[in-house]
Design a protein around this ligand. Structure first.
Ligand code: GAP
Length: 434
């Protein structure tokens, strides 16, 4: 079973992974700030995604498009007309709910009354703002609700300048915004969040095969980063669940404390988006295959993941409680690639010569791995803190270190300790850390 929800949220707040946005003003609901440790894990998740999707592939290139785009983009994509959820309001307590997420569509989960809902109203999820000093209909723009459209509208720019031949992909990581009716479950569903999306353009005849390839590759990515296979599954969308643009979709789902829920969707978007932008912009976004002497509009396979949501899932999955010598030990067994701190250097006492050696040791490894010096409190408490934040290796500088130039390295998972000469420390860690 996955970790208890409140326990994870408490750990995330207590140790500085995630803070409520605008906390000193009472908090802004459904927006979060990532603290010193959270920003490192989030960055590591995004880096791992970018490495596997862009750096390690010949057929995928990156992009960082603007959050603000022409409003025409969202008309063409169908978001202005169809990016909405059914909203109902309880006449008794005025609570608003998303009708399709209610277990009982006739009963208000807030006050418990039945048959008190208004008629469902389609509520568009896009945030609106204005460009320039005048607030009028003419200069209204949207905050992007997905990063994907920035990719479609740059298809031709990228193809031409990067000289890409089909099949090829364009990947992007960035913020998206949705005015969700019912945000919640901490950072799982927020109104401002980060996505990691890739649009893979191919010949329509290859789409079915590429779709299956990407479903498998994306499933594998989570497992490779240490996610427990029992907590991960693939689920095909039923026909009535499919988004307006999709011919087929698989969700990668994680067993969250409240049950199975989506981490990522892999969709066959067909030629819906490119055709829609061709029609609205008047630009030709078709592709000419010189070898086959054939012109066509590419199909698109889209693996679309949430960076913030995935980070949360990795934290939940890594959370472990164990009993050691009759005492409870909390360990975040994050894959070292995702751990916010890779090496903690701990002097046994605050004596200046120990601290000086500690700083020397930290300097020797800091350039290569995220390193932290922790000086205060007993060594036992410091080990416990490092276990709780998932630090794979603690290096202890003790009084003997001053004479023998050796340190003790403790492994987070096994708690085994090795005595290692300081001059060999980097090699020792390099054999164990990415
Ligand atoms: N371009 C396709 C697209 O955006 P989506 O399923 O709506 O598809 C992709 O979003 C991923 O983005 C989701 O699987 C989820 O991980 C993340 N996501 C979507 N809405 C979110 C929200 N309100 N808060 C956090 N993450 C969200």
């Amino acid at each position: 079973m996955p970790a208890d929800f409140d326990t994870i949220v408490n750990l995330a707040k207590r140790r500085g992974f995630v803070f409520q946005s605008s906390e000193i003003y009472g908090g802004l609901r459904s927006a979060y700030d990532y603290g010193p440790l959270g920003v490192e894990v989030l960055r590591n998740v995004k880096d791992e995604w970018w490495r596997s999707m862009v750096r390690l592939r010949d057929d995928v290139v990156g992009l960082d498009s603007a959050i603000l785009q022409s409003p025409e983009v969202w008309v063409a994509s169908g978001h202005v007309s169809s990016f909405s959820d059914p909203l109902v309001e309880c006449r008794e307590c005025n609570a608003r709910h998303r009708l399709d997420k209610l277990t009982n569509p006739d009963q208000c989960p807030t006050c418990g009354n039945s048959d008190t809902f208004t008629e469902p109203k389609e509520f568009n999820l896009m945030f609106k703002t204005h460009m320039g000093p005048v607030e009028s209909e003419d200069n209204q723009v949207y905050l992007r609700p997905e990063t994907a459209q920035g990719i479609f509208i740059n298809f031709e720019n990228v193809r031409r300048t990067a000289r890409m031949k089909l099949p090829f992909g364009i990947a992007q990581i960035g913020k998206s915004f949705r005015n969700e009716i019912t945000p919640g479950q901490f950072v799982f569903r927020t109104r401002e969040f980060e996505q990691m999306e890739m649009e893979y353009f191919c010949h329509p005849n290859d789409a079915a095969e590429k779709f299956q390839e990407w479903v498998d590759l994306r499933h594998e990515w989570y497992l490779d980063l240490g996610m427990n296979p029992d907590n991960l599954r693939l689920r095909a969308h039923e026909d009535d669940e499919l988004a307006h643009y999709a011919a087929g979709t698989y969700d990668v789902e994680y067993l969250f404390p409240w049950g199975w829920d989506e981490l990522e969707g892999i969709a066959n978007r067909t030629d819906f988006d490119l055709k829609a932008h061709m029609e609205r912009s008047g630009e030709d976004l078709s592709y000419f295959d010189q070898e086959a002497d054939e012109r066509f509009v590419p199909y698109v396979i889209e693996p679309a993941a949430g960076a913030t949501r995935t980070t949360f899932a990795f934290l939940i999955d890594a959370y472990t409680e164990e009993e050691v010598d009759g005492e409870q030990r909390i360990v975040l067994k994050l894959d070292p690639r995702l751990a916010p701190v890779k090496v903690a250097v701990l002097p046994l006492s605050k004596k200046p010569d120990l601290v000086e050696t500690t700083q020397k040791v930290a300097r020797a490894v800091r350039g290569r791995w995220a390193t932290e010096i922790d000086i205060t409190q007993s060594i036992g408490r410091r080990y416990r803190r490092q276990d709780e934040i998932g630090t794979p290796y603690c290096v202890t500088v003790d009084f003997d270190s001053l004479d023998d130039d050796q340190v003790t390295v403790r492994d987070r998972d096994t708690m085994a300790q090795d005595r290692v000469p300081i001059e060999n420390l980097e090699t020792y860690l390099a054999e164990r850390l990415p």
